[in-house]
Design a protein around this ligand. Structure first.
Ligand SMILES: Cc1cc2nc3c(=O)[nH]c(=O)nc-3n(C[C@H](O)[C@H](O)[C@H](O)COP(=O)(O)OP(=O)(O)OC[C@H]3O[C@@H](n4cnc5c(N)ncnc54)[C@H](O)[C@@H]3O)c2cc1C
Length: 508
């Protein structure tokens, strides 16, 4: 039988979302000798980044806006739980990264006079969000991906999932599942850009790839994980038919369709089941209050009225404006039987974003030497307790560039060689010691939905946290033959346990 030696790289980037792509472009400054590997769980254009609608918050001009105002808005939305230094880095460096991606071909909407067109979203005191209609993330991925694919020193493996990671002298060894095969790859620097964890919930806007693998891998490598219970619930995901109960189609595995915050920024009203605006009962900022406030207001209004039907009404902006500004949303709603120019849009909160994650410093370094994290899987602390709308795409740019800069500096300083374990002889998979029950993923999602959806449920939480911890430990030690579904479910169990344990600790 042949032995298998791992392929060796200088840097492995897990993920081909905006953080991974921009990191790769910045790492390419290290020259052609730097061997880069990028792994993507599906095709490289499937990611949370590709789904981003609203835009990128950045103070591009300072006549009507200022860095200080963007910092203040971020802190207010984050309930002042933010890391101020991280906020300042984002706000002051973000505009330059926005200009750089424009130089790489990303197009943002312009005014008739040729200036960048800025939109408004909840929590922002100024119009400062650059956007590409309602497909900002797709535009950015579509334009950056070809540059990455053209890098001569980068190998991209798609449909390839890193399922385990271990430390070895001088770096890391990863096991990768791809097309039913398992391979090993090794690297000096490992950069996690694995995105969100939304699939731990039944109702999420996150794509199917968002199973929190990066958080689990970092946790298993011994990295510090922080504020994992800081989960953002977006107030307005499309909620099915007008008379339907809460929830969305595709729930459980795929994602709920998001009705961007920019609709409220452009004047949409939020209505209860009776067609009444109700936000005045909960916050003076009305529909433009930050997301956590609006989501909680919806849940309280549902409790007050005993009805779970809620709607967005943007009809007053007129058909031409709506179809020009929100073409994707209009089309997606129409496909679901709702004409946004004539009807109310049924909406309900759903999981959207993770503010916590793998704890990193301002250079995206985790607590494990050589291990970096950037984008949604990382906790820079910049979002505090609640992310300000459109601060995530600029975070992915700024902090993945910073990770790349730090890796290049570290790679230049140390010539430490990787010490690889002896080549292995492939073994047939051992039969699993424990067979996971069917629909384990659904079980985890149901527990999470009950224990912590918008509000933590203090009665259910401790028991649920223990149940998920036991499940994770059992799966981890249970010698499950690692197929992709099992590896993803292992990540979900791990992340779900960490979320509830942190939520319990925050309640104390
Ligand atoms: C519907 C929606 C709308 C949004 N709108 C906005 C917006 O308007 N403005 C804003 O600022 N933010 C928005 N966000 C948030 C923002 O899009 C994300 O936070 C950001 O794009 C995350 O980028 P990322 O590169 O960290 O992760 P992602 O873009 O999610 O990429 C993750 C990548 O990691 C890969 N991956 C995961 N696990 C593994 C593994 N084990 N092995 C190999 N590869 C792996 C995936 O395949 C994928 O390529 C939105 C999010 C959603 C879901």
């Amino acid at each position: 039988m042949d032995t298998i030696a791992p392929q060796v790289y200088d840097v492995i980037i897990l993920g081909s979302g905006l953080a991974g792509l921009y990191a790769a472009l910045n790492l390419s400054r290290g020259g052609p000798d730097l061997r880069l590997l990028m792994l993507s769980k599906q095709s490289p254009d499937v990611s949370g980044s590709s789904l981003a609608q609203g835009g990128v918050a950045a103070v591009i001009e300072q006549e009507h806006d200022s860095f200080a105002l963007h910092v203040e808005d971020t802190l207010v939305a984050g309930n002042y739980k933010n890391d101020v230094a991280a906020v300042e880095v984002l706000v002051t460096e973000g505009p330059e990264d926005v200009r750089r991606v424009m130089e790489l071909g990303v197009e943002f909407d312009k005014t008739p006079q040729g200036a960048l067109s800025m939109t408004l979203e909840g929590g922002h005191s100024r119009r400062r969000i650059v956007h590409h209609a309602d497909q900002t993330g797709k535009e950015m991925v579509d334009k950056l991906l070809p540059h990455v694919l053209a890098l001569p020193n980068l190998t991209l493996l798609e449909d390839a999932m890193a399922c385990t990671a271990q430390k070895i002298p001088g770096g890391f060894l990863l096991r990768v599942l791809s097309g039913g095969e398992t391979t090993q790859v090794a690297c000096r620097f490992l950069l996690l850009c694995t995105g969100g964890v939304g699939q731990v919930y039944r109702y999420t806007t996150n794509p199917a790839v968002s199973t929190g693998d990066g958080v689990r891998l970092a946790y298993e490598l011994g990295a510090q994980i922080k504020n994992l219970s800081f989960v953002q619930f977006h107030p307005t995901a499309f909620a099915g038919g007008r008379e339907q109960q809460t929830g969305c189609e595709g729930a459980g595995r795929e994602s709920c369709f998001l009705i961007s915050e920019a609709l409220r920024g452009e004047g949409a009203y939020l209505l209860n089941h009776a067609g009444e605006r109700f936000m005045h009962r909960y916050d003076t900022r009305l529909e433009l209050a930050p997301r956590d406030v609006v989501s909680r207001a919806i849940m309280r209004e549902a409790e007050r009225t005993g009805r779970e039907q809620f709607y967005l009404d943007i009809r007053r902006r007129g058909k031409d404006f709506i179809l020009g500004r929100f073409p994707t949303i209009a089309e997606a709603c129409l496909a679901r039987g709702v004409d946004v120019a004539a009807d109310w849009i049924p909406v309900f909160p759903c999981q959207h974003y993770l503010m916590g994650g793998v704890n990193v410093d301002l250079h995206s370094r985790t607590s494990v030497p050589g291990l970096y994290a950037a984008g949604e899987c990382a906790h820079t602390g910049l979002h505090g307790g609640n992310r300000l709308a459109s601060n995530s795409l600029p975070e992915a740019l700024v902090f993945s560039r910073r990770a790349a800069e730090d890796i290049l500096a570290a790679a230049g300083q140390s010539a430490q060689r990787l010490s690889l374990p002896p080549p292995t002889v492939p073994q047939p998979p051992s039969p699993p010691a424990w067979s996971p029950p069917p629909d384990l993923r659904g079980q985890i999602q149901r527990i999470m939905q009950k224990a912590y959806f918008v509000f933590p449920n203090a009665e259910v939480l401790p028991g649920a946290a223990r149940e998920l911890r036991a499940l994770y430990e059992r799966m981890r030690g249970g010698a499950c033959a690692m197929r992709r579904e099992q590896a993803e479910t292992l990540s979900l169990a791990c992340v779900a346990a960490l979320i509830l344990e942190d939520a319990e600790a925050q309640l104390l």
